[in-house]
Design a protein around this ligand. Structure first.
Ligand code: LLP
Length: 427
């Protein structure tokens, strides 16, 4: 399983990430603990760079909103796909240039549109109604905001239904058959300037065909828009490339995607005589395998299953609970031991669905062992909550064996932040 993950290795029976001993990290920083490999993150980004030389890569901030991660990507030249005013703030704080940010969202608040206008960032409009609202706000502020239109390409990609976004019935985007009219109407609106099209067909997609299909639909729509006499300066194809979470799960990489998608894009552009900028919005395939979640074994209980109770649950890693997602588990302090028994790794949350990993063959597990849950760099911490009165854990960045704290663990006082008990209840 560690085979393709060059940032993970085993030394003296311990799992290492980017040269740092995970067992020592869990002693030094405590558990639970998210640990991100800076090297892997950079390498994943550079893989996109190399595969799509002419593209702008906008990292999907929802996948990982840690400032240190965003800063590293900013230094690598990434832009950002932001889906809220909060994500816009994070991207800005990390130093991602305004000209490389796209403000996405299917239901943006008026204040969020205002933020986008004030920051002068490009907006992906999810409906004509939204474009009209944006134009009004921009006019009030005497600005002109560049807008791309989110297309619902009606492409079905094989993934978990909760993360397939390009289906006709999904809440995202403007139906393909309406795009041209919407675009045309928007060309006459003041305060906004339509500059292109945007789509995103879903997440954790392991098959390249749906991407090719979406690209070709987008190029057909581009043709309709060019026919209408408008220019296209930008085409954003979203993110969605999956990663290999489970042993034997083959995942195509950015190079495989580029090999299939770029020819369709280039042929379309040359037929139409246009040269739009190509934008991609990967999240998972950049950050996903760069982090592990370290969690300590509180208890091993032999009942009808061998339950291993650890100190992280779906409060810190929601994916197994929400999407039945598989995350590989390694006993970090027994990483050289042979699997012996079947265990079910469960968290401390008061719900039976709080299972991080079911039926896993692991070396004999004992209280105090450290489990490393792999591939938790995307939609891990960013989806964490304080459910069950659990403060969120710390995050550490490792680089060539050196570890730096990049997010302090919350303590119990975090549970009280912002809360007020009306004085009349206190007497
Ligand atoms: N662009 C847009 C407009 C998106 O909605 C998303 C993800 C992305 C880009 C990035 O997609 P990626 O390259 O990461 O697949 N929480 C779920 C995933 C939700 C994805 C939502 N949109 C999970 O843990 O699997």
């Amino acid at each position: 399983m560690l085979g393709t993950k060059e940032h993970l290795s085993v030394e003296n029976g311990h799992l290492l990430i980017d040269g740092a001993d995970t067992v020592a990290l869990s002693e030094e920083f405590g558990t639970p603990l998210y640990v991100t490999s800076e090297g892997r993150l950079r390498e994943n980004f550079r893989n996109y760079r190399r595969a799509f030389l002419e593209a702008d890569i906008y990292f999907a901030v929802k996948a990982n909103g840690s400032l240190a991660v965003l800063r590293i990507l900013a230094l690598e030249g990434a832009g950002a796909d932001v889906f809220s005013g909060g994500e816009l703030l994070l991207a800005r704080m990390a130093g991602i240039p305004m000209g490389m940010i796209l403000f996405n969202g299917n239901s943006k608040r008026a204040e969020e549109l205002e933020l986008a206008v004030e920051a002068n960032v490009r907006v992906s409009a999810d409906s004509l109604e939204e474009a009209v609202a944006l134009s009004r706000i921009a006019m009030e502020k005497n600005k002109t905001i560049e807008v791309v239109f989110r297309v619902n390409p009606d492409v079905s990609a094989r993934t978990h239904p909760k993360i397939a976004t390009g289906l006709r019935t999904s809440k995202f985007g403007i139906p393909s058959e309406e795009i041209v009219n919407v675009y045309k109407t928007a060309l006459d609106l003041e305060g906004i300037r339509p500059v292109g099209l945007h789509c995103h067909i879903g997440s954790q997609i392991l098959d390249i065909d749906p991407f090719v299909e979406a690209t070709s639909r987008m190029m057909d729509l581009a043709a309709d828009i060019v026919d209408m006499g408008a220019d296209l300066e930008m085409m954003d194809f979203g993110g969605g490339l999956g990663i290999g979470y489970a042993p034997g799960m083959e995942a195509p990489g950015p190079a495989d995607l580029a090999r299939r998608v770029l020819p369709v894009f280039r042929a379309g552009c040359s037929d139409l005589g246009i040269r739009p900028r190509i934008v991609l919005e990967p999240g998972r395939s950049i950050a996903g395998d760069s982090a592990v979640l370290l969690t300590r074994v509180n208890v091993v209980k032999r009942s009808h299953l061998n339950f291993v109770g650890v100190d992280a649950g779906f409060n810190l890693l929601a994916r197994p609970m929400i999407y039945d997602a598989y995350h590989h588990v390694v006993v970090a302090n027994k990483a050289d031991k042979k699997p012996e028994e079947k265990y079910t790794v469960v968290g401390p949350i008061c719900e039976s669905g709080d299972v991080l990993a079911g039926d896993r063959m692991l070396p004999a597990v004992a209280m105090g062992d450290i489990m490393a849950i792999l591939d938790t760099g995307a939609y891990g911490f960013s989806m964490a909550s304080q459910y069950n009165g659990q403060p969120r854990c710390a995050e550490v960045l490792v680089n060539g064996g050196r570890a730096e704290l990049v997010r302090r663990a919350e303590d119990y006082s975090a549970l009280l932040v912002g809360q007020m008990v009306p004085p009349r209840l206190l007497s």
